[in-house]
Design a protein around this ligand. Structure first.
Ligand code: AMP
Ligand code: MG
Length: 345
């Protein structure tokens, strides 16, 4: 296992006081450990519970694309991976958001279990929350408002947690995960704060959070550690997110989006929003976020003909598994972990 450094030699320098997570000794040692096997049994149950829950609510599962001419631009310093597609530069999906919107032409409620590849910046090697390859439970609902998507995310997370607690007590015990940690998750409504309130909280706690930006990695961990049940952060400022998060009509500069944050310091589980689908607005928002509209040919052609209004979200499967199993780092919730900057199997 080789660690690639941001500077020259040696492991990546920590960007925060957090210590770098221990890495898997080798793929085989990782796979055969009792803890990994228990974690992956929980993950398999979580996937089954997710599929049963969503199909029971009328969602259609689709298989997501892996490559395409363009993908979610992302804005937190991660890089995309190019693929030579018969002489054309295609991308591995960083997220399937553009295809989710397109799919609503055929089905009103869809979901994927989607693989994503993001070459995350080396400073994320110490967050315990970043992989270079991960999966999202990706949900999109036609003609839905943000609150509808939040309600589905909340019900899905509660349902999956309740099934694991009921059906896999031996796995949770082996992993030392206290079932009592989930009592509020399954019995109480999730909390909700605005981005503005979360920033004020962080500043009051002495953390220098920029009010115009995403909550930074350290801030995310601080607000998460204070909570005892999952909660939503809503209304992120424009400029902190991609062009497809819709802006409030009556509050310019504020987006109709949300993050779902896990308690106990596990951090962000999901991001979602009401989607922008108006052609002219999409072009303007692309330009504002530094994206060249010419790159988005198929998507903008579709938008010109009419993309349905929608809301949706993506839950990081390995993050969700880490939270449910109480593991100390997200790579422990992946069978074949790829860590930012780590050359591995
Ligand atoms: P995003 O659209 O960037 O918010 O990603 C959606 C969800 O995927 C996040 O809320 C996380 O749960 C998960 N996620 C994003 N990036 C990573 C990563 N590098 N490693 C693991 N999970 C991630
Ligand atoms: Mg996010």
């Amino acid at each position: 296992m080789t660690v690639v450094s941001a500077a020259s030699a040696g492991p990546a320098a920590p960007a925060s006081p957090a210590s770098p997570p221990a890495l898997p000794a080798s793929l085989d040692a990782h796979l055969v450990s009792e803890e990994t096997r228990a974690t992956l049994r929980v993950q398999s149950r979580m996937l089954a519970a997710t599929r049963a829950f969503l199909t029971g609510q009328g969602f259609q599962e689709l298989l997501p694309p892996v490559i395409g001419p363009v993908t979610d631009p992302g804005i937190r310093g991660s890089k995309q991976v190019d693929v030579d597609f018969y002489g054309h530069r295609y991308k591995l999906m960083t997220s399937a958001i553009l295809y989710k919107q397109a799919s609503l032409l055929a089905f009103d409620k869809i979901f994927y279990i989607a693989p994503n590849v993001r070459l995350e910046p080396l400073e994320t090697a110490v967050t315990h929350r970043h992989l270079a390859e991960f999966h999202q439970i990706d949900v999109e609902i036609r003609d839905a408002r943000r609150e509808d998507a939040m309600a589905v995310a909340e019900a899905l997370v509660s349902h999956v947690v309740a099934e694991v607690v009921r059906d896999l007590p031996a796995e949770l015990e082996l992993l030392g995960r206290d079932k009592d940690a989930f009592r509020e998750v399954v019995t109480e409504a999730f909390g909700r704060v605005s981005h503005k309130e979360a920033v004020a909280d962080l500043i009051a706690l002495g953390h220098p959070q920029d009010p115009a930006s995403e909550i930074d990695w350290e801030g995310e961990e601080i607000i998460s550690a204070k909570a005892s049940r999952p909660f939503f952060v809503v209304d992120y400022p424009k400029g902190s997110r991609g062009f497809y998060d819709c802006e409030h009509a009556d509050t310019p500069g504020v987006l109709r989006n949300f993050d779902l944050i896990a308690p106990e310091g596990y951090g962000e589980l999901a991001s979602g929003s009401e989607r922008e689908h108006d052609y002219a607005t999409l072009v303007t928002r692309m330009r504002e976020t530094g994206e060249n509209p010419a790159k988005y040919g198929w998507y903008l052609d579709l938008a010109r003909r009419g993309i349905p209004a929608s809301s949706g979200f993506g839950i990081g499967l390995e993050r969700f598994t880490r939270y449910v199993t109480g593991r100390s780092a997200v790579w422990q919730a992946s069978a074949y972990p790829k860590l930012p900057g780590v050359v591995s199997a």
